[in-house]
Design a protein around this ligand. Structure first.
Ligand code: GLP
Length: 232
């Protein structure tokens, strides 16, 4: 595990953007695993400004809220379209997220599992980290859940994500998320975290015990992980 410590969010975003850009330049048909949240927004913007050819790139996102469709501005589909895909020459059909409004959520998990299987290992999997150590929406648990599943979000996650909603009662209580085995299948994992609020969980996840109670701690077992942590 390569842990890079930088001072500012700007430095973190530039460094992460350099890594993602290099990946696509090296392999124009790269498969990218993508993440949402406040942390990657500047990185996405930085990558988009480089005018890299995304016409052969395929993407798979980690997760989506149950009940929100792509037109909802709190959905992760909307987030990705707005913050990244709309700024690139990527083909919409090459971008994938779980569908939060599927009527049969188990069937949607099966569809996403099959999609991940057919698309093969991602060249890079971008991750953020939740305050409780979640990656994607893999919440603290008694075991590592391997594949895509429907999860109930913890109080801590609902509270943390309520900053994007007018009222906490509007935050969805469930999400669909890629599983831990699927995250670990990526060839290179790039995790970014910034700010004083993330210091404690970064310490716990990457220098502490490997446990499903801190899902990100499993990354200690992956052979190719880059963590970029910014103080501010
Ligand atoms: C959400 C997402 C995660 C993300 C986390 C942290 O829960 N599902 O993928 O890493 O938020 O978000 P932020 O970057 O806003 O702190």
């Amino acid at each position: 595990m390569n842990i890079l410590k930088v001072k500012t969010k700007h430095e973190m975003s530039c460094l992460a953007a350099d890594i993602m850009a290099a990946q696509i330049i090296k392999k124009p048909d790269s498969v990218l695993g993508l993440a949402t949240g406040e942390t990657p927004i500047e990185m996405y913007d930085n990558v988009a400004k480089r005018n890299i050819d995304f016409s052969r790139v395929r993407t798979v996102n980690l997760d989506e809220y149950v009940g929100l469709d792509g037109a909802n501005e709190n959905s992760y589909r909307y987030f990705m379209d707005t913050n990244f895909f709309s700024k690139l020459n990527i083909k919409k059909e090459n971008t994938n997220l779980p569908c939060g409004t599927a009527t049969d959520l188990d069937a949607e998990c099966a569809r996403y599992n099959a999609l991940l299987e057919s698309i093969g290992p991602r060249d890079i999997q971008l991750l953020g980290i939740g305050l409780n150590g979640h990656v994607g929406f893999c919440e603290p648990n008694t075991e590592f859940v391997p594949n895509t599943s429907v999860v109930s979000l913890t109080e801590s996650t609902i509270k943390a994500n309520s900053r994007f909603y007018d009222d906490i009662s509007l935050v969805p209580k469930q999400a669909l998320t890629m599983g831990i085995r699927q995250i670990m299948d990526a060839k290179h994992i790039l995790l970014i975290a910034n700010g004083p609020a993330k210091v404690e969980i970064v310490e716990k996840a990457f220098y502490g015990k490997i446990t499903p109670a801190v899902p990100a701690s499993v990354l200690q077992l992956h052979p190719n992980v880059t963590v970029i942590v910014a103080e501010n």
